[in-house]
Design a protein around this ligand. Structure first.
Ligand code: ATP
Ligand code: MG
Length: 407
């Protein structure tokens, strides 16, 4: 009867899991992003990513975080099981990268999955293995404190997904980008990444400025000026390139909201507006910007891979970025000095070049006069050492995003 055309039937669990997994795990870089985010949520001070075969043969992420208690370990691969929220209302106050309890079961549905985890207070580790979304095998194992997840043969049971991947070189570049974005969001954490036995990245724990130089390279970092400023309830910190460092063609954006790397055409347009008429024609900036907004003014649950967020007040977010970027470019260290003191008040007066863009900004709030000096920036960039997200902010281009060419 179930096979008659037109009848509605429940899909077998494994089929449903595979479909759901398709939304979360698009490519190897999605796996790396989810696993590293889990490590950061677990308070790791050090995260090591080992990749083989562009992530299709093996991805291993090891951390020295809080681990998972033995009794909870099997739940880690169960859909909608999470230690990060407890009730629907918590979604309005999410302070961790994770909140859905979907990443590990999704990854485990499309790979050969192995997790070894040990809270520092436990003497032994717990191992959880899942093959292609099948039943979890749980055992006691040896293991250092922290968590190591190994994902092999990604998409072995979803050949269609495998077929649509890009070249190994491109897929690995996307992995590098994912790691770099999270490394910018968590400068106090050490990161290592290797590919086929070759070390690709090694970032020791750093200040935000040092991490910027580690990720972008010292010479590029030296071409950026600090951005800082509150706009009402939105704080913006980070860096933008001086006009002479603007890039022909695509720009490069690393955008973060409340510590979460995101893609955002809205914010990238705001960067473009902040730079309006200050860049050579056809050039785009490099921007590394961290927005901090009240958690209740942000919906983080709108994108299957958590790459986008929705602002309760888009105009405010836009204005904050446009003003902060423009203030940085017109202020000390930017294009020219802005009057005596170069303070924000002056910057506000210079926000009205002939450009049509600036005219569409909302009226400057009195907050503009309280622009924080660049030196206050690191305070908003330092995540707490516990399981919460960095207070500061992040990105939107390259691996995660296609938004980089927006303006
Ligand atoms: N590296 C880790 N260290 C400690 N605990 C972890 C680690 N990775 C996962 N966990 C635990 O396993 C649970 C499930 O992880 P999973 O990534 O599937 O969901 P999540 O992070 O809660 O939400 P999301 O699906 O949004 O990522 C987490 O809530 C956390 O308790
Ligand atoms: Mg997670």
């Amino acid at each position: 009867m179930d096979t008659l055309p037109g009848r509605i039937v429940r899909l077998p669990r494994e089929v449903a899991e595979r479909i759901a997994a398709g939304e979360v795990v698009e490519r190897p870089a999605s796996v790396v992003k989810e696993l590293v985010e889990n490590s950061l949520d677990a308070g790791a001070r050090s995260v090591t990513v080992v990749v083989e075969g562009a992530g299709l043969r093996r991805i291993r992420v090891s951390d020295d975080g809080i681990g998972i208690p033995p009794a909870d370990a099997p739940l880690a691969v169960e859909r909608f099981a999470t230690s990060k929220i407890r009730q629907a209302e918590d979604l309005g106050q999410v302070a961790t990268y994770g909140f859905r309890g979907e990443a590990l079961p999704s990854i485990a549905a499309v790979s050969r999955f192995d997790l070894v985890t040990r809270p520092p207070a436990q003497r032994a580790a717990t191992r959880v293995r899942v093959v292609g979304g099948g039943p979890a095998e749980v055992s006691v194992a040896a293991g250092a404190p922290g968590t190591t997840v190994t994902v092999e043969d990604l998409f072995f049971n979803t050949p269609a997904r495998r077929k649509f991947l890009k070249s190994p070189g491109r897929e690995f570049a996307l992995i590098v980008d994912a790691v770099q974005r999270l490394a910018l969001a968590a400068p106090h954490v050490a990161f290592r990444l290797s590919h086929d036995g070759r070390e690709v990245l090694a970032y020791p724990p750093a200040t935000p400025d040092e991490r910027l130089a580690q990720v972008l390279g010292r010479s590029t970092a030296a071409q950026l000026v600090p951005v800082a400023g509150p706009w009402g309830t939105v704080a913006v910190a980070g860096w933008v390139s001086r006009p002479e460092a603007a890039r022909p063609g695509r720009g490069l954006d690393y955008l973060f909201v409340n510590g979460r790397p995101i893609q955002s055409r809205l914010l990238w347009r705001a960067v473009g507006q902040g730079c309006a008429e200050l860049l050579p024609h056809g050039h785009h900036p490099i921007a590394v910007l961290f927005l901090t907004v009240p958690p209740g003014a942000l919906d983080v649950n709108i994108h299957p891979r958590k790459l986008e967020v929705r602002f309760a007040d888009e105009h405010r977010a836009f204005a904050a970025v446009a003003h902060a970027v423009r203030g940085a470019l017109l202020g000390p260290g930017g294009i020219r000095e802005v009057g005596e003191g170069g303070g924000p008040g002056h910057a506000a007066e210079t926000l009205h070049p002939a450009s049509s863009g600036a005219a569409t900004l909302p009226p400057a709030s009195s907050d503009l006069a309280t622009f924080a000096p660049a030196s206050s920036r690191p305070a908003t960039l330092r995540p707490s050492p516990t399981t919460s997200l960095p207070d500061a902010v992040g990105e939107t281009g390259g691996a995660y995003a296609q938004g980089a060419a927006v303006p």
